[in-house]
Design a protein around this ligand. Sequence first.
Ligand SMILES: [Cu+2]
Length: 124
Amino acid sequence: MKTLRIAFAAALAVTSPGFTASVWAHAFLDHAVPPVGSTSPSAPGELSLSFSEKIVPAFSGASLSSAAGASIPTGQAGIGPSDPATLHVALGRKLAPGTYVVHWHVVSVDTHRTSGSYKFTIAP
Ligand SMILES: [Cu+2]
Protein backbone atom coordinates (compact mmCIF):
# COMPACT_ATOMS: atom_id res chain seq x y z
CA MET A 1 0.00 0.00 0.00
CA LYS A 2 2.75 2.42 0.94
CA THR A 3 4.70 1.57 -2.23
CA LEU A 4 1.71 2.34 -4.42
CA ARG A 5 1.20 5.76 -2.87
CA ILE A 6 4.83 6.75 -3.41
CA ALA A 7 4.70 5.67 -7.05
CA PHE A 8 1.59 7.77 -7.63
CA ALA A 9 3.17 10.86 -6.07
CA ALA A 10 6.29 10.42 -8.20
CA ALA A 11 4.21 10.20 -11.40
CA LEU A 12 2.42 13.44 -10.54
CA ALA A 13 5.68 15.24 -9.88
CA VAL A 14 7.05 14.20 -13.28
CA THR A 15 4.03 14.99 -15.45
CA SER A 16 2.67 18.21 -13.93
CA PRO A 17 5.56 20.65 -14.54
CA GLY A 18 6.08 19.42 -18.12
CA PHE A 19 2.44 19.89 -18.99
CA THR A 20 2.39 23.42 -17.60
CA ALA A 21 5.53 24.44 -19.50
CA SER A 22 4.25 23.26 -22.89
CA VAL A 23 0.96 25.11 -22.47
CA TRP A 24 2.55 28.41 -21.46
CA ALA A 25 5.32 28.52 -24.05
CA HIS A 26 3.25 28.82 -27.22
CA ALA A 27 2.68 32.15 -28.97
CA PHE A 28 -0.99 33.05 -29.30
CA LEU A 29 -2.50 36.20 -30.73
CA ASP A 30 -3.01 38.64 -27.87
CA HIS A 31 -4.41 41.62 -29.77
CA ALA A 32 -4.34 43.17 -33.24
CA VAL A 33 -4.79 46.47 -35.11
CA PRO A 34 -7.37 46.69 -36.59
CA PRO A 35 -8.82 44.81 -33.60
CA VAL A 36 -10.11 41.24 -33.99
CA GLY A 37 -13.76 41.33 -35.06
CA SER A 38 -13.85 45.13 -35.24
CA THR A 39 -15.66 47.41 -37.66
CA SER A 40 -13.76 50.57 -38.47
CA PRO A 41 -14.72 53.53 -40.66
CA SER A 42 -11.17 54.03 -41.96
CA ALA A 43 -8.80 51.71 -43.85
CA PRO A 44 -5.59 50.82 -41.94
CA GLY A 45 -2.12 51.51 -43.38
CA GLU A 46 -0.81 48.26 -41.93
CA LEU A 47 -1.82 45.22 -39.93
CA SER A 48 -0.26 44.76 -36.52
CA LEU A 49 -0.50 41.43 -34.68
CA SER A 50 0.77 41.21 -31.10
CA PHE A 51 1.50 37.75 -29.69
CA SER A 52 1.87 36.37 -26.18
CA GLU A 53 5.50 35.35 -26.83
CA LYS A 54 8.45 36.59 -28.88
CA ILE A 55 8.31 35.20 -32.41
CA VAL A 56 10.88 34.23 -35.04
CA PRO A 57 10.29 36.53 -38.05
CA ALA A 58 11.86 34.17 -40.61
CA PHE A 59 9.20 31.54 -39.85
CA SER A 60 6.28 33.84 -39.12
CA GLY A 61 3.88 35.64 -41.41
CA ALA A 62 0.35 36.70 -42.18
CA SER A 63 -1.77 36.86 -45.30
CA LEU A 64 -4.93 38.77 -46.11
CA SER A 65 -8.00 37.69 -48.02
CA SER A 66 -11.49 38.97 -48.69
CA ALA A 67 -14.43 37.34 -46.88
CA ALA A 68 -15.04 35.39 -50.10
CA GLY A 69 -11.49 34.01 -49.99
CA ALA A 70 -9.79 36.11 -52.67
CA SER A 71 -6.14 36.72 -51.84
CA ILE A 72 -5.14 40.36 -51.29
CA PRO A 73 -1.49 41.29 -51.85
CA THR A 74 0.40 42.77 -48.87
CA GLY A 75 3.95 43.76 -48.09
CA GLN A 76 6.36 41.39 -46.37
CA ALA A 77 5.56 40.67 -42.72
CA GLY A 78 8.23 41.64 -40.22
CA ILE A 79 8.90 42.53 -36.60
CA GLY A 80 10.14 45.88 -35.32
CA PRO A 81 13.37 46.16 -33.30
CA SER A 82 11.53 47.33 -30.16
CA ASP A 83 8.89 44.61 -29.95
CA PRO A 84 9.82 41.05 -31.01
CA ALA A 85 6.31 39.82 -30.14
CA THR A 86 4.52 42.02 -32.71
CA LEU A 87 4.23 41.22 -36.41
CA HIS A 88 3.71 44.14 -38.82
CA VAL A 89 2.28 43.71 -42.31
CA ALA A 90 2.31 46.75 -44.62
CA LEU A 91 -0.71 47.23 -46.87
CA GLY A 92 0.22 48.53 -50.31
CA ARG A 93 -3.00 50.18 -51.29
CA LYS A 94 -6.05 51.36 -49.41
CA LEU A 95 -8.53 48.59 -48.66
CA ALA A 96 -12.05 49.05 -50.02
CA PRO A 97 -14.97 48.80 -47.59
CA GLY A 98 -15.77 45.18 -46.79
CA THR A 99 -14.88 42.29 -44.48
CA TYR A 100 -11.36 40.87 -44.50
CA VAL A 101 -9.76 37.76 -43.07
CA VAL A 102 -6.22 37.73 -41.66
CA HIS A 103 -4.51 34.32 -41.57
CA TRP A 104 -1.43 34.19 -39.34
CA HIS A 105 1.21 31.58 -38.62
CA VAL A 106 4.08 32.10 -36.22
CA VAL A 107 6.95 30.21 -34.68
CA SER A 108 7.75 31.36 -31.16
CA VAL A 109 11.31 31.51 -29.85
CA ASP A 110 10.75 28.09 -28.21
CA THR A 111 10.30 26.74 -31.81
CA HIS A 112 6.59 25.89 -31.39
CA ARG A 113 4.33 26.63 -34.35
CA THR A 114 0.83 28.11 -33.96
CA SER A 115 -1.62 29.57 -36.45
CA GLY A 116 -5.06 31.12 -36.61
CA SER A 117 -7.26 33.63 -38.37
CA TYR A 118 -9.60 36.50 -37.57
CA LYS A 119 -11.81 39.01 -39.35
CA PHE A 120 -12.16 42.76 -39.39
CA THR A 121 -14.47 45.00 -41.34
CA ILE A 122 -14.06 48.39 -42.97
CA ALA A 123 -17.41 50.13 -43.00
CA PRO A 124 -18.65 51.74 -46.23
CU1 LIG B 1 5.46 26.69 -27.28
